[in-house]
Design a binder for this molecule. Structure first.
Ligand code: AMP
Length: 284
């Protein structure tokens, strides 16, 4: 496994591989590090579908709308690298901020067709522009054939798909299922910041989502499901930001629930903001 921090080097590495293997597929898994089994599951999927897998580790400042969140974000590069060494990716790209954003007065604009105005977008202004900015830059550097993103960040997947279409970037976006711990908590780098007690309290997210899905299969209306989910959530000490039943394509809240919907939730567990979702059509 090659470990590279510089743009020219990673480009050269990929170019050399492509020259030797002209029909090979380059797979790409962008991350912000503090790696866990969720990230590793993306890499395993990438290994099955691509011939050369690049994992990037970069805590992207432009997607943080809260300075203290950026400051607190866990950074565990050494541990990440040793984990990757055991998980067979081909190259790790761990650049500095100046490699990714060489120009100080960086400007970035993209019309996300309103997908960025709902769910997370309402609470994290500018977040998705920041995500698109870094992913577009990383795609420009790595030029992957296939890129892997977790449905854990459900809205992000929809927005990245929109972005590549809009920009005409020739890359296949593969959504990957959510990895949870044995009790149902969606794995997240931010979970490292939770106390053991908070990790138990945070299970309310998945409990609320699971109840919503159960009621959907019992034929209950969106309105009734919302009421019941709120009742369950209220039993916890977490501070709810939103729980919404949305259409998978428009990401808008629905009046009539159907199979192509997801239930999305965001809440604070102490100071730590957690998100999760459940797809009504999938068995997650
Ligand atoms: P992050 O490092 O949080 O930016 O995540 C990097 C990638 O891993 C994103 O595509 C995430 O959606 C994905 N990811 C994060 N947590 C999970 C999880 N629990 N299961 C599956 N994928 C995940």
């Amino acid at each position: 496994m090659e470990i590279v921090s510089n743009v020219q080097e990673i480009k050269a590495l990929i170019k050399a591989f492509r020259t030797k293997n002209p029909t090979a597929k380059i797979g790409f898994v962008p991350t912000m590090g503090a790696l866990h089994e969720g990230h590793l599951s993306l890499i395993q999927t990438a290994k099955k579908q691509a011939d050369f897998v690049v994992v990037s580790i970069f805590v992207n400042p432009t997607q943080f709308n809260d300075d203290s969140d950026l400051e607190k974000y866990p950074r565990t590069l050494e541990a990440d690298i040793s984990l990757l060494q055991k998980n067979l990716c081909d190259a790790v790209f761990a650049p500095s901020e100046s490699e990714i954003y060489p120009f100080k007065n960086r400007a970035y604009e993209i019309d996300l067709g309103g997908l960025d105005k709902v769910l997370e977008g309402k609470y994290r202004p500018g977040h998705f522009e920041g995500v698109c900015m870094v992913v577009e830059r990383l795609f420009e550097i790595v030029e992957p054939d296939i890129a892997f993103f977790g449905i854990k960040d459900f809205q992000q997947v929809a927005i990245i798909k929109h972005m590549v279409k809009k920009r005409g970037i020739d890359v296949e976006i593969v959504p990957c299922p959510i990895k949870r711990d044995d009790f149902g908590l969606a794995l997240s780098s931010r979970n490292m910041l939770l106390t053991p007690e908070q990790k138990i309290e945070a299970l309310i997210l998945f409990k609320t989502l699971s109840k919503g899905k159960e009621l959907f299969f019992k034929g209950e209306s969106a309105e009734k499901i919302r009421v019941e989910m709120l009742k369950i959530f209220k039993s916890s000490s977490l501070r709810l930001e939103y729980v919404e039943i949305v259409d998978n394509v428009s990401l808008k809240s629905v009046d009539k629930i159907h199979e192509n919907c997801s239930i999305c939730i965001a809440a604070y567990c102490g100071e730590i903001r957690l998100i999760d979702n459940i797809q009504l059509a999938l068995s997650n």
